[in-house]
Design a protein around this ligand. Structure first.
Ligand code: SF4
Ligand code: SF4
Length: 209
């Protein structure tokens, strides 16, 4: 059944939507760069975390597009090192999470992130199906998605022999509850965005105060 509600993203720049959905203001960032200096993945990212925030602050469609198609948002490990270092308490992991969802929703995932996305999906599918993570199921789904069928294949028997990998998923109570959580969280965005604080731009192109 199609969702007939208006798209809350219509016309709003990413910084505004991040504020609505993730509760974070990119305008709190004053570009000290401590997050980028401490991020273990910054060197591999196309835009380090503080660069991404600056792009979002500018609120230009072309920069929003570059953020959504960046590899950075998929490389982020949600390790929280940036959030722990930030003097302004900006939660970059929360912002990255929103950006990944948005990138996926808009079909703008960076092609280099294909395998990362396959891992994310396989992880969530495993939790959805078994009520918790089942590593062998995760590996099987990941391999089917990426066709890396022989990758690490010699490591698996050793891990199984040492009891590090269980072939069968453990029976767990609460499987149905986990499924319900997945169903409930399939809509993560409010249908109608709450009113904006006057200090934030509401439409693309408006300058932050
Ligand atoms: S540490 Fe905080 S204030 Fe500094 S650049 Fe990063 S997000 Fe901005
Ligand atoms: S949470 Fe993401 S952006 Fe922040 S330091 Fe870790 S990897 Fe880098």
């Amino acid at each position: 059944m199609s969702d007939s509600r208006p798209d809350p993203s219509d016309g709003l720049c990413l910084s505004t939507r991040i504020h609505h959905v993730a509760g974070e203001s990119v305008f709190d960032c004053y570009q000290c760069g401590k997050c980028s200096a401490g991020c273990p993945l910054a060197r591999d990212m196309d835009y380090p975390p503080s660069y991404l925030l600056r792009m979002l602050q500018l609120g230009m469609p072309v920069l929003d597009e570059q953020v959504l198609t960046s590899l950075s948002i998929w490389l982020c490990l949600t390790c929280e090192a940036c959030a722990a270092r930030c003097p302004k308490e900006v939660s970059l992991p929360r912002i990255m999470d929103f950006l990944r969802q948005e990138s996926l929703k808009q079909g703008k995932v960076n092609p280099k992130a294909r395998e990362i996305l396959a891992f994310h999906r396989s992880f969530l599918d495993s939790v959805r199906q078994t009520g918790r993570l089942h590593e062998v199921g995760l590996i099987a789904m990941y391999k089917m998605r990426t066709l890396h069928l022989l990758q690490d294949v010699l490591t698996a028997p050793k891990m199984i022999a040492r009891g590090k990998l269980r072939l069968m998923p453990p029976r767990r109570a609460g499987k149905a509850e986990v499924r319900k959580i997945f169903q409930r969280t399939s809509l993560t965005e409010p249908a109608i965005a709450p009113p904006l604080p006057s200090s934030e731009p509401q439409r693309r192109g408006e300058e932050p105060s």
